[in-house]
Structures are given as structure tokens and as C-alpha cells.
Design a protein around this ligand. Structure first.
Ligand SMILES: Nc1ncnc2c1ncn2[C@@H]1O[C@H](COP(=O)(O)OP(=O)(O)OP(=O)(O)O)[C@@H](O)[C@H]1O
Ligand SMILES: [Mg+2]
Length: 444
């Protein structure tokens, strides 16, 4: 029944951790081809490189134990591919599209009718689409909507060190944006805590969002092969909905830094020497290729929100820098801000967006943002002066701006809906209009 029966089999020659060398006397497989051990589990292997004309260097992608020297191996004749279609919605999958939500695999009959797509699809042609003001996706969060707009078809990143609120902010975005937009959401959990998958599932369920969301998880308990591929599986499904179903997609990835880390681990295991800042050089082109797939074309849009963990709070980390170049809006979360009790803990001066233009956000919003940034900038320098000479020595104008800045900083804090169950405090949602009116009120 499968495409592979005609191939001659390979034989496992050596095993070293997750690297398994398979010899083929004939019919050497292709790069990225899936192979299956002839055991009960049909343990999957992924061809990572070819050597000596007869050996496939493979990765034990399922992390299955019990594979032994001498086991025979069957070629699949295709690369790692996943079924795509509406059947994937409402469920949780691993990178090979095996269910990990405790529910059964899709029926054989259903599966056999579904389109299969390789997850290593080549990057497609991007057509740049001009954004109109109505393409702004309201997040209901004042500080984000004002400084780092979330625009259809664009990329927004949440950057920050450990525990500063990246995941909570992502959940709030899913909750607020997905509820209002009616788009299909795809979530990729990459190398983070397993518990967070359950929390996300629960949040989606509580908000009746499972019916429009598909989830892919390769969390920290998974082997690095799965963690390095899970994002690609998620993107493959997003591309299907965009190109075949002509839909608008919201893609959430937590955490894109873990993708790089996992890629690095895989490279180290298969013996490539890491270079620049501890990163293996080809990783940067992989990141670029992945980011290029997160885009829009004439069929539909992919709007992406990704979190980026900052190791040791060092924003100059080469991987962090690299991903930031790919983003249209960057929200920086900061430990210093969090320590002041400000939530969300956005470092406004460090955050930035290339979408904060009059064409996209409109003249009124743009003009306000210039004024507010000037006031906040001034506040930063006045803080130092006040520490030395005291507030009473400031000119009336400076003192006025200083107080406005304090009010603005307070204004940009808000309670989250997704925290409501934990804290008992009601979450808040602000329309962009509310936000602009509130700011005008303060700076008038
Ligand atoms: N907006 C918020 N309101 C209230 N509490 C928050 C908020 N954001 C974060 N927190 C608190 O901070 C904790 C850590 O947040 P979160 O898990 O989102 O951090 P993170 O940046 O994703 O961390 P990591 O790098 O470890 O993944 C949360 O469990 C929560 O208690
Ligand atoms: Mg997190």
C-alpha cells in the first residue's frame, strides 16, 4: 500500500545518542527523508546527512529506545510530512502530527484523504501587501496598541529574560485577538514548560477558542530534533490554511529562542562546530528561512507573534539580535520594570515598531506617539536630575512633563483577562479609541 515497498532495506550500523547510522547497499534515501525501523513501533528516523555513498546519518526523531544494531530499516520515499486540513483544528500535535492531547489519532480513512505536506517546504515568493489602518488587529492592551501595533500579516515579538511575562502576554494576545478576529490560530510550543501547554489548552477551552485553534508542542521534555522541527510543522499547517483555504492566520510561537537552541543542540550532536557566540553558523540562515515563511501573499495572511527568551538578560546575544531584525514590532519586557510592579512589564523606551507610521496608525495616533515618547524620554533624564537637586527645583514646564510621564506610565498598566482566574481581579480590555482618548486626556 505504501510508496516504499520496492526499495531495498537499510541496516542499523551504529547508535550514538539520538544519532543512528544506517547502511544501504542500494537505494540510498534522500536528505530529510523519513525512514522507519522494522520494529513494532515503526520507530521513525529522519535522514540528516549522507556519507560514504552508502550511509544515511539519521536522527532518532521519536526518541524511541530499543532500536538496535542490525535492525532493518524501511524507506518511506518522502520527507517528513504532516496531514493538513480542518481536521487538525482543536487538537494538540507533535512535529510528526501524532496527537498528544490524549485523544485518538485521526481515523485511517480520514487520514488517507487528507493532503500531506512536507514540513521543509521551500520558501515561497512573498508579495508585499500594503497595510491599511483597518488591518490593525486590536490587542485591547493599551501599551501594545499604542507603541507596538499588531498589524495583519506582520510580525511582532515579545523579547525578555526569564519570568518577565512573555508567556502570560502571549496568552492574553491569543485571548483578546483571536476572540475578536475570527481568524484561525495556530500555536507552536517550542521548548518551554509542559505545564504551559495544559494551561493554554484550558484557556482556549474556557474562551471557546479550541474550535479555531490548532496546537503543536515540542516542549522541553522532547528531544532536540522534535524541538527544532515543531515550529516548521506549525508553519506548514498555517501555509495550507493561507494558500489552499485562503484564510487569515494568527501564528503564535513560544519560544523562538528555543528553536535556535534546539537547532544548535542537533548540530552539536551531529558534530558541527559551533562558532559565533556559541551558535552554529548555518542556524542564522535557518532562522531567516523560517521567518520568511511567516508572511502574507495574495491568498491570505499570516500574522505572527513570537516570544524570544533573552539568555542572561543580554539583549546583545547574537540569536536574539538576529530574530529581532525579522520583526516589525518589538515589545521588550524588562525585569527592572516588573520589579516596580508594572504589568505588563513593558520597557517602553527599549520597545520599537516600524509600523508606528501615520499611514498605518493614522495621523492622530502617530502625533500622540511622538509627543508621548518625547515626554517619556524627558522623564528618564529628569529622574537623574531630580535625584540630585529635587523636584522643586525644576522649571514649571519640566515639572509638568515629569508628572504627565508618571501618569502615562501608570495609564499603560492594566489587568489581564487570562490572570483573572488566578488573581480574582477582573481583566481589562481597551479599544484603541479608549487608549488614544485616555492619553489625550493626560497630555492636554
Ligand atoms: N500581566 C501580568 N499580570 C500579573 N502577573 C503576571 C503578568 N505577567 C506575568 N505575571 C507573573 O509572572 C509570572 C511569569 O510570567 P511568564 O510565565 O509569562 O514569564 P516568561 O517571560 O514567559 O518566563 P520564561 O522565560 O520562564 O518562560 C507569571 O506566572 C505570573 O505570576
Ligand atoms: Mg514563558
Amino acid at each position: 500500500m505504501s510508496r516504499n515497498t520496492a526499495y531495498k532495506k537499510g541496516v542499523v550500523r551504529s547508535l550514538k545518542g539520538i544519532v543512528i547510522k544506517v547502511r544501504f547497499d542500494q537505494d540510498l534515501p534522500d536528505l530529510n527523508e523519513m525512514l522507519y525501523i522494522d520494529n513494532e513501533k515503526k520507530s521513525p528516523l529522519l535522514v540528516s546527512s549522507l556519507s560514504h555513498g552508502d550511509t544515511a546519518v539519521c536522527l532518532n526523531i521519536g526518541g524511541d529506545y530499543g532500536i538496535q544494531k542490525g535492525d532493518t530499516v524501511t524507506r518511506s520515499g518522502h520527507s517528513l510530512e504532516i496531514p493538513v486540513g480542518t481536521e487538525m483544528i482543536g487538537r494538540v500535535w507533535d512535529t510528526m502530527a501524532r496527537p498528544i492531547d490524549g485523544k485518538p489519532q485521526l481515523d485511517d480513512e480520514v487520514l488517507s484523504k487528507m493532503i500531506k505536506r512536507p514540513i521543509f517546504a521551500p520558501a515561497f515568493q512573498e508579495t508585499s501587501l500594503k497595510n491599511r489602518p483597518d488591518d490593525i488587529l486590536e490587542t485591547g492592551m493599551k501599551v501594545l496598541d499604542f507603541f507596538t501595533p499588531f498589524v495583519k500579516g506582520r510580525k511582532i515579538g515579545i523579547v525578555g529574560g526569564a519570568g518577565v511575562g512573555k508567556t502570560v502576554l502571549t496568552m492574553e494576545m491569543i485571548n483578546n485577538v483571536a476572540t475578536h478576529s475570527g481568524a484561525i490560530s495556530i500555536f507552536a510550543g517550542i521548548g518551554e514548560r509542559i505545564r504551559e501547554g495544559h494551561e493554554l489548552y484550558k484557556t482556549l477551552q474556557d474562551n471557546d477558542l479550541l474550535k479555531t485553534t490548532a496546537m503543536f508542542f515540542g516542549q522541553m521534555n522532547e528531544n532536540p530534533v522534535q524541538r527544532s522541527l515543531i515550529g516548521l510543522s506549525a508553519i506548514t499547517l498555517a501555509e495550507y490554511f493561507r494558500d489552499d483555504e485562503k484564510k487569515d492566520i494568527l501564528l503564535f510561537a513560544d519560544n523562538m529562542y528555543r528553536y535556535i537552541q534546539a537547532r544548535n543542540e542537533v548540530s552539536t550532536i551531529i558534530d558541527q562546530t559551533p562558532a559565533e557566540g556559541g551558535y552554529e553558523p548555518t542556524i542564522f540562515s535557518d532562522v531567516k528561512a523560517l521567518q520568511d515563511r511567516l508572511s502574507s501573499n495574495e491568498n491570505g495572511s499570516i500574522t505572527a507573534l513570537q516570544t524570544i527568551y533573552v539568555p542572561a538578560d543580554d539583549l546583545s546575544d547574537p540569536a536574539v539580535q538576529m530574530i529581532q531584525h525579522e520583526l516589525d514590532s518589538i515589545i521588550v519586557l524588562s525585569r527592572v520594570v516588573a520589579a516596580q510592579g508594572i504589568r505588563p512589564a513593558v520597557d517602553i523606551m527599549a520597545s520599537s515598531s516600524s509600523l508606528l507610521t501615520p499611514e498605518i496608525v493614522g495621523e492622530r495616533h502617530y502625533a500622540l506617539s511622538v509627543r508621548v515618547q518625547a515626554i517619556l524620554q524627558k522623564y528618564e533624564s529628569l529622574k537623574g536630575i531630580i535625584a540630585i537637586i529635587g523636584e522643586s527645583e525644576l522649571s514649571t514646564e519640566d515639572r509638568d512633563d515629569y508628572n504627565k510621564a508618571k501618569k502615562l506610565i501608570q495609564f499603560f498598566t492594566q489587568k489581564f483577562n487570562v490572570m483573572e482566574k488566578m488573581t480574582g481581579i477582573k481583566g481589562e480590555y481597551f479599544t484603541r479609541e479608549d487608549t488614544l482618548n485616555g492619553i489625550e486626556e493626560i497630555i492636554k
